[in-house]
Ligand binder design. Structure first.
Ligand code: ZN
Ligand code: ZN
Length: 296
């Protein structure tokens, strides 16, 4: 049997067809793929349900889903994963996470806290996909609508980081998802230079990552998007390293082909920046622990 590689894991992904309408594989097939790849731990972080029609994803609208359907599906996700954790316990450790949303802006905190508690969620991945009620990462079209509504790209990016910063303070997620996701629909040459305003808001956001004891993920899904790189970029990785913020890995898989996607590239990227260790979440006696894993 092949040996497990300690750093070959993902803490954000495992989105499955049963619980996410833009995912393509069954949850059990994703688990079997992670086992086949000899992953020691795999973290599932299904998208949180949303409680108002205004925040349904486009494919959910097409399928005429209601917020109540999403909430029901969330509880089924939790139960299903509990059973699958048991079924595959001798082969892989499966963690039950949740990728939260920051909508509705005025009461997402209590809503997410309720989901975390009632679903007995083991760890939280904090994401910002919506900025001031504009969805920013669904399509190029929705992204540019958000740019227009914010009167320009730099304003939107600043608003994105402000939303992220507020989420970090109020939710204190274990993991901060795709830190510079707001660039996902830009081609590499369209990314604006780091102005002093941008650097300031990024530094303030990273300080909250540090203060709230969060882990920053290297998310390889950016390689599948127009930006063509891992999130976050090297400037942000360097700034995070200066603050001694720990990193982890995320394949953001939505099908079996994406399980473990380009993690070797993420490892090399960190090593090239002089970072030799990452954090892996794991579980002992039903408690989530943080393990420091060498990349070498
Ligand atoms: Zn998704
Ligand atoms: Zn996400």
């Amino acid at each position: 049997m092949q040996k497990t590689i300690p750093w070959f894991f993902s803490m954000h992904g495992g989105h499955s067809k049963e619980f996410c309408d833009h995912a393509e594989s069954n949850i059990e097939d994703i688990i079997l793929r992670a086992i086949e790849l000899n992953m020691p731990v795999y973290g599932f972080s299904e998208h949180a349900p949303r409680k108002h029609d205004a925040y349904l994803y486009p494919e959910e609208i097409e399928l005429q889903k209601t917020p109540q359907d999403l909430i029901n599906s969330f509880y089924t996700y939790c139960d299903t994963l509990d059973k699958l954790q048991e079924k595959y316990a001798s082969q892989i450790t499966l963690l039950k996470g949740l990728e939260i949303e920051v909508v509705p802006p005025d009461d997402y905190v209590s809503f997410n806290q309720q989901l975390i508690k009632e679903g007995r969620i083991e760890y939280v991945v904090g994401s910002v996909h919506w900025v001031n009620n504009y969805m920013t990462d669904f399509s190029s079209e929705t992204f540019y609508k958000a740019v227009e509504a914010h009167h320009g790209l730099e304003n939107l990016i600043i608003a994105y980081y402000q939303t992220l910063k507020e989420m970090l303070i109020s939710i204190k997620p274990d993991i901060v998802a795709h830190f510079d996701l707001i660039t996902c629909f830009l081609k590499p040459e369209e990314v604006p230079e780091y102005s002093s305003k941008l650097v300031k808001v990024i530094e303030e956001t990273l300080e909250e990552v540090k203060k709230n004891n969060c882990i920053l993920e290297l998310n390889t899904s950016g390689l599948r998007k127009p930006i063509q790189r891992i999130f976050p970029d090297t400037f942000i990785i360097q700034k995070s390293a200066e603050l001694e913020i720990p990193f982890t890995f995320a394949d953001d898989s939505h099908n079996i082909q994406q399980v473990g996607y380009q993690l070797e590239k993420a490892r090399k990227l960190l090593l090239n920046q002089g970072i030799t260790h990452i954090i892996r979440l794991n579980k002992t006696q039903q408690k989530i622990i943080r393990e420091k894993i060498s990349l070498i």
